[in-house]
Design a protein around this ligand. Sequence first.
Ligand SMILES: [Zn+2]
Length: 356
Amino acid sequence: MAFNNFLIKNGKLWTGTEFTTGNILIQKDTIVSLDAPDDVKGYVYDAEGCIVSTGLLDIHTHIYKVSWDMYGYPAELVSAPFGVTAAVDGGAEQSDRAYLDTMMIKTRVFASVRIDENGVDFTLTEKMLQAYGDRAIGVKVYFDQSGNQFVNLAHLQEICSYAKARGLKVMVHCNHSPSSMWDIVNTLNKGDILTHIYHGDINTIEADDYAAYKLAKEKGVILDSGNAGHVHTDFAVMPRAFAAGYFPDTISSDITCFSAFNRGGRYGLTMCMSMARTAGMKEEDILRAVTSDAAKAVGMENECGTLAVGRKADIAVLSYGKEPYCLKDPAGNILRDENGYICHLTVSNGQILYRR
Ligand SMILES: [Zn+2]
C-alpha cells in the first residue's frame, strides 16, 4: 500500500551525487518534496542519525527464475533487506518476462552466452534477448577456464563484436580466465563491464601492476567489484588496489542462493559497501558506486540513482555503525570490522518493502 502522505524526516539526504539536508515527502509512488515541513500529516518515519539515500542499485545479482536455478535467489531477498530497489541479473538463462514484471523492484538482465568445443553459441542468448526485450541490456560471459576448458580470447572478441553490433553491453566474469585482465579490458568496448575485479585466482592483478585498471579508466570500461562474498574477492588484492588508488566504479554483490545462505542471510549489497569501507573507500565514493554511477553503468539513469522531486519514491535509509562481520576468502585472508552499513528501511515506488 502506498501512502497519500509519507514523510521521511531528519535524515542526511544522499541525492546520488552529494549529501544535503531536508525532509522527503512522498505522495503515492512519487517524491513531491525534498524540503517538506516537519509537521506534515500522514505516515512519518524519523531517520534521525541516518543516511536517506535514493534507492540502491545492485548491478550484478542472480534472481530466482531468471538466472540458473542453482544460483537464483528471490528478488525480494536480493533487494529489500539491503536498501536495493533496482537489480540487474548477471546471467539470464530462464525466460519468464511476465514473472520479472511482477517484481517490486526495477530490473534489467544480461543474457547468458555459452561457449563450448564448437565455439560461441548464441542460441540461448538470442532466446533471452527476445524474451526480455527492452529489459535486456547486454550479454554475460563466464570467461572462466575452471568451469570451461574451451574459452579463449578469440571467443571474447567474437562476443564483443556481436554485442557492439546490437548496441548491447558485455559483462565479463574474469576469475580463472585464460587471458590477463589487460587483454580482457583491451578486448572490451566502452561501457562494457568487468566484474570480480579484485579476484585472487589465475590472471588476477599482480601487486604494483595496475595497467589493466588504468586501461579500463582510459577506455571507459566499467570496473565492477562483484564481491560475491566468499569466492570472487581476495582480501589481499582489494585493499592493495585501493591503497594504489584503484577503486571500483560500481559495487555489486553477485548475490546467489549460495552467498546469501552461507552468510545466514546477512550477505547483500550493504555488506559489500561495508567491505569497501573497511578496505579504505570513502563514503561518498561508496554511495556513488551503488546509486548514480551504478545507474549510469547500466543505462538506468532515468529510473534510479537520483533523489529528486518528480522521481519514483525509491529510498534506502542506512546507517554506519556497530555491525560486526568477519569474512574469509579462499586464500585464507580475512576481512573484518566491528562496524558496517545497516539498512533500516527500503521503499520502492512509495511502498515499504522492508523495515528493520
Ligand atoms: Zn554472477
